[in-house]
Write a protein that binds this ligand. Structure first.
Ligand SMILES: [Zn+2]
Length: 444
């Protein structure tokens, strides 16, 4: 018990705030198309790892797009390694919309403000603070821990985790599981109830390009082969398609936990389960599972024509599709049907869906770490509606969990802060995260 009493030192609690703030001040906006420079943030992290005796390796596919990887040797050489990864880039922020400048990193009234405060310079800072406190205290984890600070997560990952998985797999040797963003933040569906959703899966990405062909001609003539009309009909069918419910093991486990918590007498394993009825009974907590009980397909871009009185011969649309594990074939067949005879479709970009077991020792330890520091909180597994770097690392056989613990006050809506305006994180939430991560990573 003695060693468990020893948590992160006070320096770690100070450092996590400083690191979060200073990383925010390093503008790593990723505008896509290669327009980003993570190198200063990567050097910031690498210097602080090196100062703690943890040797960092800096890796770039493209100059300026820097990744940092380091390995902390565990005490049990027979144990499998654990990957802890966080991205260094952030999505754009328009200062005109913000209360404080998004790259100020201002710490005011116990809150750190700025782009990346929750996605995910907070986690980058928490991990850095924890491993540096271990170095000061002479603590080594049981398992090898591989740290990866990546570039390019907010765009294609081609300069980040994709590059690392393709070209530097040896650095991740022995890693069987990974933890990263988008999980273990507190969620308050109603006063007095605190949930901690831990991600154990991600929907797949299926971005589509639709091309409609038709007969070009004058806008004043009868045209029964109008490419714009054909595209519009297909897009409308796709956008309003009612996808059938497809429950994965993770989503079913989430429904079981929530039904039990809300004392709803329902068998979530029944083949006749009415999922929408159950979601209706869960109230605001349904938001955790509602986006992942079905595939989805949202039209997002349209492109056709150049003059109002000219019917173009071709029209193009883009669809943001997301697929649950095991539904990829069904998704493609549905698209064949919905697009119809005059519209061709292809995958413009495709990423696999992930599922991590929730009955695993790892999930049990993640749960225990959160509940240790918030005994009134309820851990619930969930599936992310979108994707993270875990998709790329899954190609190395690494099972990913979304786990960047934060205990947020009820009035702070994590979902709205994510990529949102006035992104910010309370100092208390960072301290909670450091304690939970310190405990989990030691016990992992
Ligand atoms: Zn992120």
């Amino acid at each position: 018990m003695a060693e468990e009493v020893r948590g992160p030192d006070t320096t770690a609690l100070d450092e996590v705030v400083t690191f979060t703030s200073e990383l925010i001040r390093i503008d790593t906006t990723n505008r896509g198309g290669g327009d980003c420079r993570e190198r200063p943030a990567a050097e910031y992290v690498a210097e602080r790892l090196a100062a703690a005796g943890i040797e960092p390796t800096l890796l770039e596919r493209t100059p300026g797009r820097t990744n940092v990887v380091a390995r902390i040797p565990g005490t049990d050489p027979s144990a499998e390694a654990l990957l802890v990864h966080g991205h260094l880039d952030v999505v754009p922020a328009d200062p005109a919309e913000w209360t404080t400048h998004p790259f100020s990193g201002e710490v005011r009234d116990g809150v750190v403000w700025g782009r990346g405060a929750v996605d995910m310079k907070n986690m980058d800072a928490m991990v850095l603070a924890v491993v540096r406190s271990w170095a000061r205290q002479g603590i080594r984890p049981r398992r090898d821990i591989v740290l990866a600070y990546t570039a390019d997560e907010e765009a294609s990952a081609e300069d980040g985790s994709g590059f690392l998985a393709d070209r530097h797999a040896a650095l991740f040797e022995g890693c069987t599981e990974g933890i990263s963003e988008s999980g273990a933040f507190s969620f308050h569906p109603q006063p007095g109830t605190t949930l901690y959703p831990i991600a154990a899966g991600e929907r797949g990405t299926a971005w589509l390009k639709l091309t409609a062909h038709g007969r070009a001609g004058h806008g004043s003539k009868v045209n029964t082969a109008n490419a714009v009309t054909r595209l519009a009909e297909a897009v409308a069918r796709i956008g309003s398609h009612a996808w059938p419910v497809r429950l994965t093991a993770t989503v079913r486990a989430a429904l079981a936990e929530l039904a039990a918590l809300y004392a709803i007498d329902i068998d979530v394993h029944s083949p006749h389960l009415d999922v929408d009825l159950l979601l209706g009974k869960l109230g605001p907590a349904a938001a955790l599972v509602a986006p992942t009980v079905r595939n989805s397909s949202n039209p997002t871009m349209l492109d056709a024509g150049y003059k109002v009185n000219v019917i173009p011969g071709q029209a193009v649309a883009h669809i943001d599709g997301r697929t649950l594990p095991g539904t990829e074939e069904e998704f493609a067949a549905t698209m064949d049907e919905l697009t119809g005879p005059y519209v061709e479709w292809e995958f413009h970009h495709r990423e696999v869906a992930l599922e991590a077991p929730v009955d695993s020792p790892t999930f049990a330890k993640l749960r225990a770490a959160v509940e240790r520091f918030d005994p009134d909180g309820h851990v619930v597994p969930f599936t992310m509606s979108g994707g993270t770097d875990a998709k790329q690392f899954s190609r190395l056989g690494i099972t990913g969990y979304g786990f960047s613990p934060l205990r947020l006050p009820p009035e702070l809506d994590y979902g709205a802060l994510f990529h949102g305006v006035d992104e910010r994180v309370p100092v208390d939430a960072l301290h909670f995260g450091v304690r939970v991560l310190d405990h989990y990573l030691k016990s992992a």
